[in-house]
Write a protein that binds this ligand. Structure first.
Ligand SMILES: [Zn+2]
Length: 242
């Protein structure tokens, strides 16, 4: 599985919001800056096949509107543009609809706009089968943002886990145990009620030395701090490929 890091930052860092492109076709999270970064990285918006949103905080969700708008224009020009699959947590369809209702021209119906080039589904903890991937969503603990999910993408060769935004909780441990590579919330120097910290992730990396930990959602405080990291932990940078 190829992972292209579109963004590695949190809401207030200089970097683009945490987002990963899997195998050039599946995007995990689309917070602010992600759409422009896709264009800067020459990712063809037409080639996106699916988008998964882990939770509805704007730094994971808000650029979905820009991607849907771009895809609609492509579909308007060429009816053969394939349908984009969008997977949202419960409440996501209504959230997207409210944005569309309040930001589009008055003569555009928000439901028609949302579904013109995309098939949008709200997911729960049932496994999702998409092409050669089996995807499992597990509820994680992101304080009052409910639901928030972590995701496991499994192919015959690799298992990549995404923590989404979460503090340590039993499902984070499950995601780590099930995966060989982790894209993991490393927001602040120390764990808080919303997020894991560098301290937590270093502990996990030491506990599971056979797994690769890729820290994301990184704050300026973590980025600017001096620290010695275990060999199997890397703090991600925008644009990197794994
Ligand atoms: Zn969040």
């Amino acid at each position: 599985m190829k992972l292209k890091i579109i963004g590695s930052g949190n809401a207030r860092s200089k970097e683009i919001c945490a987002s990963t492109l899997i195998d050039d076709t599946i995007l995990v999270d689309a917070g602010h800056g992600v759409y422009k970064k896709l264009l800067q990285e020459n990712v063809d918006i037409k080639s996106l096949e699916a988008i998964f949103i882990t939770h509805l905080h704007t730094d994971h969700f808000i650029d979905l509107t820009a991607i849907v708008a771009h895809r609609n224009i492509l579909k308007d020009d060429d009816p053969n543009v394939p349908t984009l699959r969008i997977y949202l947590p419960v409440g996501g369809i209504e959230a997207l609809r409210v944005i569309a209702l309040n930001t589009l021209d008055q003569n555009i119906d928000p439901d028609t706009w949302m579904h013109f080039s995309s098939k949008i589904k709200e997911y729960d903890n049932h496994p999702i089968h998409f092409k050669d991937y089996e995807i499992k969503a597990l509820k994680v603990d992101h304080a009052a943002m409910v639901p928030s999910y972590g995701l496991i993408f499994k192919t015959k060769d690799h298992i990549v886990g995404f923590s989404g935004d979460s503090k340590t909780c039993p499902n984070i441990t499950k995601i780590i145990k099930a995966s060989d590579t982790l894209v993991i919330d490393t927001s602040y120097p120390t764990e808080c009620i919303f997020h894991m910290g560098l301290d937590t992730v270093i502990n996990f990396a030491e506990e599971y030395p056979e797994k690769l930990f890729l820290g994301t959602h990184i704050s300026n405080e973590v980025r600017n701090s001096k620290h010695e990291l275990p060999k199997n932990l890397h703090l991600l940078r925008d644009g990197e490929i794994y």
